[in-house]
Design a protein around this ligand. Structure first.
Ligand code: CTP
Length: 407
């Protein structure tokens, strides 16, 4: 197989040293690597290190044209099969989100048509800043993919989210993307998955939630990524880490989940709603703590919006998958939800069955289709359920394409 070309854009943060390791590992994994650096990146490590690791010239000056027959930043943008920005600083993320091109990295990225992966690394509070969050959201809408920073000890002394993902993990993702196309039926597909519980607040201290662990949705996200998809995960509060390479949008309430999903659904090919969304929320959200009183307490609840149903009403080309956690008459309710919510697939389980509960590592599901057909799966790990479901979705997409071809 031809060697694939990776342009690694290194911007200035302490994690630049990890980018040197990444360059070395990508070269060892048989990729052609060319490195481009910003001025701040060169404050941490010299271009010579990257030159030695990549065995290629290192680029940092837009006006230093090494070959008069070419314009370097355009040529490099065209050369790349994949562009990785690692580490990506808040500053570069901000510039990319706003179309600013004031150095070689940002200028080249404006000219790029190859997929762009961005691996941020910064202080935990910088990463949480609304400006950075907004810029990341904007870059998602440009189709750029994020390799989320991991949690741990940060160079600034804080412990939290902001560490550049480990080079080995980034190389694995690159290999999945560039060297295993035959095993990737969902390549070029955009998948949105919702996962975990929602929290519906009563006052600043209390909320209503459910037992969802997010494990099913996170397993689907990991498998979809492995099958080549670009994955966006809209997640309620859970304690498990998101798979590296997934674009994560954290939400708490059903309303926040609805806003995030409706913002992104148009650009998606597949939407899988595995989240356990609250059907009701307290009618009043008290801004101060509710103090106890003698006697019983009565609280009024109001309905939340049914996100799956809204998607079913508005969907265009998307394949829509819903979940149904039931305790009786599973098939009846699954088929009813398929109809009521205009979904293409409902994945149903009886949560009373041993091995099919909320927080375990296994599930026993049946996959129901609109045409009345169903696929009953035995007790399986959530990873295997995720794989079976995604292969059913792929089958459905292929059937739709064939159907269109026949018209
Ligand atoms: N769902 C949703 N928005 C809600 C509630 C649920 O999108 N406000 C989605 C879930 O993500 C899941 C499916 O709808 O994919 C579950 O269907 P639903 O009919 O809401 O099931 P329950 O919440 O269990 O409600 P019930 O069985 O009482 O109808």
């Amino acid at each position: 197989m031809d060697k694939k070309n990776i342009l690694l854009c290194v911007t200035g943060g302490i994690a630049v040293y990890k980018a040197a390791a990444l360059t070395s590992k990508l070269s060892q994994a048989n990729f052609n690597v060319k490195v481009m650096m910003t001025a701040s990146a060169m404050e941490f490590v010299t271009p010579l290190t990257f030159q030695a690791m990549s065995r290629n010239d290192v680029y940092f000056d837009t006006f230093d044209e090494k070959d008069s027959a070419k314009i370097a930043h355009i040529d490099l943008a065209d050369w790349a099969d994949l562009i990785i920005v690692a580490p990506a600083t808040a500053n570069t993320i901000g510039k990319l989100a706003n179309g600013i091109a004031d150095d070689m990295v940002t200028t080249t990225l404006l000219a790029a048509t190859a997929p762009v992966w961005i691996a941020p690394a910064m202080n935990v509070h910088m990463y949480d800043h609304p400006a950075v969050k907004k810029n990341i959201e904007t870059l998602h809408t440009f189709g750029h993919r994020f390799i989320e920073p991991s949690e741990g000890f940060l160079a600034c002394g804080y412990i939290g989210k902001g560490r550049l993902e480990e080079p080995e993990k980034i190389v694995n993702l690159v290999q999945d993307k560039l060297t295993k196309p035959s095993k990737q039926p969902l390549q070029n597909k955009k998948v949105l998955i919702t996962a975990g519980p929602t929290r519906e607040h009563v006052d600043p201290i209390r909320f209503f939630t459910n037992h969802s662990s997010g494990k099913m949705g996170y397993a689907i996200a990991a498998k979809a990524l492995e099958l080549g998809a670009e994955v966006t995960l809209v997640s309620g509060p859970v304690t498990i880490p998101a798979p590296a390479g997934v674009n994560v949008i954290q939400i708490e309430t059903a309303e926040e989940m609805k806003i995030a999903v409706m913002q992104h659904y148009r650009e998606m090919d597949i939407i899988i709603k595995s989240a356990a969304v609250a059907d009701y929320r307290p009618a009043v959200h008290h801004s101060e703590k509710i103090k106890k009183k003698d006697g019983a307490m009565v609280m009024e609840f109001e309905r939340t919006a049914d996100i799956l149903k809204t998607l079913g009403q508005e969907k265009e080309h998307q394949i829509l998958v819903g979940f149904a956690a039931e305790t009786q008459d599973v098939e009846y309710y699954a088929m009813k939800k398929l109809q009521d919510k205009n979904a293409d697939i409902i994945v149903a389980n009886n949560v009373k069955q041993e091995g099919a509960g909320f927080s375990g590592d296994t599930n026993i599901v049946t996959i129901y289709h609109r045409d009345g057909s169903k696929k009953e799966l035995p007790l399986l790990s959530k990873e295997k359920v995720a794989e079976a479901l995604l292969l059913e979705v792929d089958k459905l997409i292929k059937q739709k394409v064939q159907g269109q071809d026949l018209l």
